[in-house]
Design a binder for this molecule. Structure first.
Ligand SMILES: [Zn+2]
Length: 403
């Protein structure tokens, strides 16, 4: 996220509309990955990695709700960096814990010690909450017993035994969730340089509502949700930083679950290889114009393929503007920077909405789409002549066949 070259700073608009689509693509890849690894049997390291990865993706999606112009906040006009800051910090801290507890390759003793310290911290926080919330003494004793059990396990851990005595004493209190500091984890990840860490501190100050978060409110329209270049730059920089953590988490999770993911791909191939299953599967798919999964089950989403400016038909162009994502990159088809960009999934959604759902015919036994749009059956329809070039463009781009 940090630039060490001397290239001139982009405008706030250019910065934001370049970062946002990149971030959305990273989140989409993460969400696809959570689906692919769901239900995998996992020992404790992979289990906690999965839990934290889901948390990271959830925080990542919440960020989009506060980003004007994202698909979750399409017509948003409220630019509130301070509201975004706690979410960005949460995402970054989740990314750190995901690496520390889940994806960093460390030996078994160290891995267990890290997990025990996290669990001990969980106990002391619960204990604090129960004691002040007036919980029953039985409940409190239960948590105390769990904490004692964790301390006993720590005593027999070889890695923990090698830590300095003072550090061990401090860790046994359960006041911290990790053996390493945030900086130490960042060093091991090799992810944020000094400027990046300074910006993370800046985000954190806003999350904590320190004076930095409100001192300059009103100056150049800052801090009140109004559109202004400074907050837009801050939001873009924060989202860019979050993007680095999401991409890193995606890569690390892909590596941690590499075996399981490979087995899953083989299973799909084997299923398709089963002739009876394959025939039935193809038959079902032919009638399922609404089936979009086949366009989305590859290795995550891709970059823009078309844009709203690519289409001749006004209705199609308007739908594309609504479904597409603003993005400063040039459309690979028509070269426009201004058209709303459509990746494969968005294009499949557009095709479904416009050509399938939009052409419902009333049949004798209920309605059915008269146009099927999939990779298993050539499009057999005669569309209005002015739609023909648009339809052909979508077919070519999505790789659907034609008779
Ligand atoms: Zn275009």
């Amino acid at each position: 996220m940090t630039k060490s070259d001397n290239s001139p700073l982009p405008s706030a608009d250019e910065h934001y509309w370049t970062v946002l689509p990149k971030y959305i693509a990273a989140i989409d890849s993460g969400v696809t990955l959570t689906r692919r690894i769901a239900g995998q049997p996992a020992e404790s390291r992979r289990y906690w990695a999965s839990v934290l990865f889901v948390r990271l993706c959830s925080a990542g999606i919440s960020v989009l709700h506060l980003c004007p112009g994202s698909r979750a906040n399409k017509n948003g006009t409220f630019w509130d960096f301070s509201a975004l800051a706690p979410l960005i910090r949460s995402l970054v801290q989740t990314g750190l814990m995901l690496f520390y507890l889940g994806t960093e390759a460390v030996d078994e003793d160290e891995s267990r010690a890290r997990l025990l310290i996290m669990q001990l911290r969980d106990c002391t926080e619960r204990l604090h909450f129960f004691q002040h919330a007036g919980a029953s003494s039985e409940k409190i004793r239960g948590v105390e017993a769990t904490a004692d059990g964790i301390r006993a396990k720590l005593s027999s851990d070889q890695y923990f035994a090698r830590l300095p005595a003072r550090m061990r004493k401090s860790l046994r209190k359960g006041d911290t969730e990790s053996i390493l500091t945030q900086d130490q984890i960042l060093d091991r990840m090799g992810i944020l340089d000094q400027a990046g860490r300074a910006f993370l501190g800046f985000v954190s100050s806003h999350a904590d509502v320190s004076p930095l978060a409100y001192y300059r409110t009103g100056e150049k329209n800052r801090g009140r949700g109004e559109e202004n270049d400074i907050d837009k730059h801050y939001i873009a920089t924060a989202v860019d930083m979050a993007c680095d953590f999401v991409l890193r988490a995606n890569a690390d999770m892909g590596a941690l679950f590499a075996e399981a993911l490979a087995v899953k791909s083989q299973e799909v191939a084997a299923e398709v290889g089963n002739e009876r299953f394959r025939h039935a599967f193809e038959f079902v798919k032919q009638g399922q114009g609404a089936l979009l999964e086949e366009f989305t089950d590859d290795d995550g989403p891709e970059g823009p393929m078309l844009c709203s400016g690519c289409f001749h038909d006004v209705g199609l162009r308007l739908s594309a503007e609504r479904i597409g994502q603003r993005d400063m990159s040039k459309c690979p088809n028509c070269g426009s920077q201004l058209g709303m960009k459509l990746n494969k999934i968005a294009l499949a959604v557009l095709a479904k909405e416009f050509f399938v759902s939009g052409t419902i015919e009333r049949g004798r036994y209920g309605g059915s789409p008269s146009v099927q749009f999939n990779r298993h059956q050539p499009t057999s329809i005669d569309v209005m002549p002015w739609l023909r070039p648009d339809l052909e463009l979508i077919e070519r781009t999505l790789g659907v066949c034609r008779a």
